[in-house]
Design a binder for this molecule. Structure first.
Ligand code: BGC
Length: 228
């Protein structure tokens, strides 16, 4: 049973095939996210990546917004056309395989967590993603990114890609340190995992229970969607 794991991001769409145990069978391949990132061209981008990647039997997608039963509920960093779009059904029709869709930060977390206690994942990319787990079980729809953080701005406004481009790496890192401290006060988690493309910009020393996870965790988590 091979799983095609897909990570839809604000700047790139990435795929990789995983074996039954969740180990990668292929390299990660990536294309730029079509602009504007409407449902049809994004599905087209996934289909063309899938065509070049070899055989697979099912598909797991990490999507940058709230997802309920395969249907997109929010997509603030893509386009409004995604709201109420049934991505699981549309992609399944396109690829001819069963498809499951989950929030991107939740998928990242599933690829990173130990499964013990309270664990939080945040992702630093175009947006600010978050995923919360209790003894390995996902608490769905945590959207810390759109929660107030400081100076009248949300975590995403203070730490998303636009903020990084605007204020530069040094100030962004100092904000990140404050965000970690703030989230720790709220969740008191055993581990906090940080993923996403902008982790390469992190220069601050992290507390011992905070770990940067490789970007590939966003795809490796795809296997967990079929564990029932
Ligand atoms: C979305 C989240 C997503 C995050 C990272 C946020 O804007 O609301 O659902 O996980 O961006 O892509």
């Amino acid at each position: 049973m091979h799983t095609l794991a897909v990570d839809i991001g604000g700047s790139g769409v990435k795929v990789m095939v995983l074996d039954e145990a969740g180990k990668p069978l292929t390299e990660r391949s990536r294309v730029e996210t079509p602009q504007p990132a409407l449902p049809e061209p994004v599905i087209g981008a996934i289909a063309s990546l899938a065509a070049g990647t070899g055989e697979f039997d099912r598909v797991s997608v990490g999507f940058p917004g709230v997802v309920t039963n395969g249907v997109i509920k929010t997509a603030v960093n893509l386009t409004p056309e995604w709201v109420d779009f049934d991505l699981a059904t549309a992609l399944s029709e396109k690829l001819g395989k069963p498809v499951r869709v989950i929030n991107d930060a939740d998928m990242q977390g599933l690829g990173a967590i130990s499964g013990k206690g309270v664990e939080l994942t945040i992702t630093l990319g175009t947006g600010f993603g978050s995923g919360l787990f209790v003894d390995g079980k996902l608490v769905p729809n945590l959207e810390a990114g759109h929660h107030p953080f400081r100076k009248g701005e949300t975590y995403e406004e203070q730490l998303g890609r636009a903020a990084l481009d605007k204020i530069g790496q040094k100030r962004w890192n100092s904000r990140l340190g404050k965000a970690i401290a703030q989230l720790q006060k709220l969740f008191n988690c055993e581990y906090l995992y940080i993923g996403g493309g902008n982790t390469k910009k992190v220069t601050i020393d992290l507390p011992p229970n905070v770990k940067i996870v490789p970007n590939v965790s966003g795809l490796l988590g795809g296997i967990a969607l079929w564990r029932d």
